[in-house]
Design a protein around this ligand. Structure first.
Ligand SMILES: Cc1cc2nc3c(=O)[nH]c(=O)nc-3n(C[C@H](O)[C@H](O)[C@H](O)COP(=O)(O)OP(=O)(O)OC[C@H]3O[C@@H](n4cnc5c(N)ncnc54)[C@H](O)[C@@H]3O)c2cc1C
Length: 387
């Protein structure tokens, strides 16, 4: 068993940490949050460093990395870089989906632009009726109109939609009663953010991440080449990126939990009470010991799943376990970090409160931890499907 990262992976991890330390300063984060969590400067820097091309083949201007590189990037960027939201939606969803299922013309057009930092993608799946049972509730539909399509519907929680150049929209193209399975008859569309008939409302969220939106599609006319992948197979296409999504959700949670642990450790060495540093108190040491141990276990799970995926091996259960466990561990670690900081932990001047708000997302997205447990019960424990 080899638990070591390669030299290149270690260098990438180091470079991301240095980028966050030097360039994602509290001032940059505050400014980005005040301007809708958006930082063009950081986005440009990430493109220059080749990170926006990590999921993209070198043939199309990418840097040709794998899921382990993506996990290292997401883990490192999550606590510090306000551009991690669009990184997730553009690189992990847009880049990967176009790379997997795009036509040659779509690859030529989109991939070099993604790698060059020239376009941002968002992903519109969740509907007002629910995200967990999205297949059961999906109302968004696209109908043929001559050579093209007309799209109608509404989506919830589409991250980074305000500044997305393109939205990948999941829509039903064959009526539910005309297909055997709910997953059939669904198609992916690449919709320009500024297309006529697209409108959005920003949702005020607890999570200080890129803008989160309700997006409305009203008689949006699309050309035939807006279809991504095979018509009617869109949901099956999405399944191919699910493991990546879970591994990277786990990596983001891991990065946040680790940042909270490091902040709490530093504070425990500086803050004094009863004439000694609080890190000398057994209760505080126990908190830190638990945080360190759980984060270590989560790290092993996330990178095991990433390694399996990079080898082209089955990792559905491992990726689901990793995202679920890392999210729970991260929220616990952030909560303990707040406790160790005392009153200061609840101040918005203190980073650990922001880490907690960010970490909380990963127990809900991209799939809730309850649904993760359902899947593990079914696929790993081999119990009857509960949902
Ligand atoms: C900050 C943020 C960003 C997001 N970004 C995006 C995005 O970019 N694109 C996008 O498409 N979506 C996005 N989402 C949506 C996210 O994927 C959904 O919130 C998630 O899938 C859950 O769906 P829901 O919120 O509708 O909850 P629901 O599906 O309504 O579930 C409500 C509760 O019921 C529980 N539940 C439901 N069914 C079961 C069951 N069978 N067993 C046990 N418990 C169950 C759930 O676990 C949850 O606790 C984002 C969400 C957040 C919070």
């Amino acid at each position: 068993v080899d638990f070591d990262l390669t030299l290149e992976q270690q260098q990438l991890r180091h470079a991301v940490r240095e980028f966050v330390r030097k360039e994602c300063t509290p001032e940059v984060i505050r400014r980005a949050m005040a301007e809708g969590h958006h930082s063009k400067v950081l986005w440009r820097r990430m493109a220059e460093l080749g990170w926006l091309g990590v999921a993209i083949d070198e043939r199309y201007g990418g840097s040709g990395g794998d899921i382990i590189d993506m996990a290292l990037l997401v883990e490192g960027l999550a606590p510090g870089d306000p551009a991690v939201g669009p990184f997730f939606t553009t690189v992990c969803f847009g880049g990967k989906s176009v790379g997997y299922f795009g036509s040659e013309a779509q690859k030529e057009f989109f991939l070099s632009r993604i790698a060059g930092g020239e376009c941002v993608f968002a992903l519109s799946i969740t509907e007002p009726g629910g995200g967990t049972d999205v297949l059961g509730v999906m109302q968004t539909r696209a109908e043929r109109d001559g050579d093209g399509w007309v799209l109608n519907g509404a989506k919830m929680f589409t991250s980074a939609a305000q500044r997305a150049d393109y939205l990948v929209v999941v829509a039903r193209t064959t009526r539910r009663d005309a297909v055997k399975k709910a997953a059939e008859g669904i198609t992916l569309f690449i919709v320009p953010g500024k297309a006529q008939g697209v409108s959005m409302r920003k949702i005020d969220m607890l999570v200080p991440i890129e803008d989160t939106n309700a997006v409305f599609y009203d008689q949006v006319r699309l050309p035939a080449d807006a279809v991504l992948g095979e018509e009617g197979r869109g949901f099956y296409h999405l399944l191919a990126t699910l493991n990546n999504e879970r591994i990277l959700g786990g990596a983001a949670a891991l990065g946040l939990g680790t940042a909270a642990y490091e902040a709490a450790l530093l504070y425990s060495r500086q803050r004094t009470a009863f004439g000694k540093i609080i890190g000398q108190m057994q209760a505080i040491q126990h908190y830190l010991a638990d945080m360190a141990t759980e984060l270590d276990a989560a790290r092993l799970m996330v990178y095991r799943a990433a390694w399996l995926q990079s080898q082209g091996r089955e990792c559905g259960v491992e990726a689901t376990m990793a995202k679920m466990y890392a999210a729970d561990v991260a929220v616990r670690a952030c909560d303990r970090a707040i406790q160790i900081h005392g009153g200061m932990g609840l101040s918005n001047e203190c980073e650990v409160a922001r880490y907690w708000r960010l970490a909380r997302l990963w127990q809900i997205g991209p799939i809730t931890n309850e649904q993760c447990r359902n899947i593990i019960g079914q696929l790993h424990c081999e119990l009857p499907r509960s949902y």
